[in-house]
Design a protein around this ligand. Structure first.
Ligand code: PLP
Length: 434
């Protein structure tokens, strides 16, 4: 017999059938508990009737209107809601279709602001490594995410002048001092903007920025006239247990970028919210300065966004997320105590992650193994971390998940951890005890 090497079957994604609440079903009848809300965006679960009804109503009226030809009622009301919820004077809103597009538009805004003020030298954008701001060239150029940037250098060259701040050895995120040193190195006069995730997403695995760092960056931005841009694509609209990640530090950025949380997976819409001060400086309304995209702010997406924000308000979802996040964190702490492969539990509110001890021989390794093992247990989680020290999985179910659903998530995650390590699964009663 021929001893040919065994060929590995390529993994073929299952075909989705339908989804309700935190559960997703494929066409083979397999059930998955969505422990990461898709890509940390399905924040109120799937198939919420109040949201679907409002989308159907809008579909019957008009799905599309071009932004230079019409306004729409849902977009006007969504804007009012966002302005009411946002901190400080962030009262100017422009819409895009994705987080990446909104970051890209923000980079254009920062550049145009300095061009108008005859400061062409003020063009460096300072971001952190680890960070992730999107896959379009400007947004990826700004991202401190070596894995996603790999082999793309020719595309990213000259997109945006980026400087990077990195945490000192042993730390997971840059400290206030690291930021101050980086700003000093660039020369504050040359700095156009700082972009920061108030709580890290897939790049760091939910490592928060210290509130005092946010506050110090606010001071430095005022002092040196660069824009403080908060990338709240993942954190915005309740994920961290407050309406916005910046609220934890009581800081109002100059620009806040929103994405995933606005429509919670029901449609494609994202936004940037810009302060009165920046718009006054421009001397023109934002929409005459920033050109946009065909589908941006279309009435159907706006109706979905408005329905989601109404739902978040009516059910006080950010406060729910705070309490549910405490419950989930206790469960994850228990898993950490049982599975030596877990290094730490981190995050804020319902933006949580399990840190993993890296496999010295393979990176990324453990997070992919665990994600695959979880899928085999009928659980979806999200691999994260751009360096071995940050290797982790995001555990970010819907903000509205019940305690029973989180118990089930914990049981499946426990079995998945047992599959990739030698530690035994936790006794059922022990998991229930928390
Ligand atoms: C913090 C952050 N910024 C930007 C993006 C890009 O958003 P999108 O995938 O909608 O383009 C993401 C997506 O994961 C994100 O987490």
């Amino acid at each position: 017999m021929n001893a040919s090497p065994q060929k590995q079957e390529p993994f073929v994604l299952p075909i989705i059938s339908h989804a309700r609440g935190v559960y997703v079903y494929d066409q083979d009848g397999q059930e998955y508990l969505d422990g990461c809300s898709g890509a940390v965006n399905v924040n109120v679960g799937h198939g919420v009737p109040e949201i679907l009804d409002r989308m159907r109503e809008q579909m019957d009226k008009a799905c599309f209107a071009y932004r230079t030809q019409f306004r729409s009622d849902p977009l006007i009301r969504l804007t009012q809601q966002l302005v009411e919820l946002a901190p400080g004077d962030l009262s100017h809103v422009e819409y895009c279709n994705s987080g990446s597009e909104a970051i890209e538009m923000t980079l254009r805004l920062a550049t145009l602001r300095n061009a108008q003020a005859y400061r062409p030298f003020k063009c460096t954008v300072l971001t952190e490594e680890p960070s992730y701001h999107g896959m379009t060239s400007g947004a990826l150029g700004a991202s401190g995410h070596p894995l996603r940037r790999r082999h793309l250098t020719p595309l990213l060259a000259n997109q945006v002048t980026v400087s990077r701040v990195r945490p000192k050895h042993g730390a997971l995120r840059a400290s206030t001092q690291d930021w101050e040193e980086a700003i000093h190195r660039i020369g504050p006069a040359n700095l156009s903007a700082v972009i920061i995730e108030p709580v890290g997403g897939a790049s760091s695995g939910a490592v928060p920025t210290a509130p005092e760092t946010m506050r110090r960056l606010r001071e430095l931005a005022d002092e040196h006239q660069f824009l403080l841009i908060a990338d709240e694509v993942m954190t915005g609209l309740g994920r961290t247990g407050r309406w916005f990640g910046c609220d934890h530090a009581d800081v109002t950025p100059d620009v806040m970028v929103l994405g995933k949380g606005i429509s919670a997976g029901y449609a494609t819409i994202s936004a940037l919210m810009v302060s009165d001060a920046v718009v006054n400086e421009l001397g023109q309304p934002l929409n005459t300065v920033l050109f946009g995209h065909t589908m941006a702010g279309n009435p159907l997406a706006a109706a979905a966004g408005l329905a989601v924000v109404d739902y978040l308000r009516a059910h006080e979802v950010p406060a729910q997320a705070r309490h549910t996040g405490e419950y989930l964190r206790r469960k994850l702490d228990l898993l950490r105590s049982r599975h030596p492969i877990v290094s730490d539990v981190r995050g804020v509110g319902m933006q949580l992650a399990l840190g993993l001890h890296p496999d010295p021989a393979r990176f990324p390794g453990r997070c992919l193994d665990l994600t695959e093992a979880a899928r085999e247990e009928g659980l979806l989680i999200y691999p994260a971390g751009v360096t071995p020290a940050l290797e982790s999985v995001l555990v970010t179910p819907a903000l509205t998940a019940s305690h029973e659903e989180l118990d089930e998530l914990t049981r499946r995650l426990d079995r998945a951890l047992s599959r990739i390590s030698s530690s035994p699964a936790v006794e059922e009663q022990a998991l229930q005890a928390v």
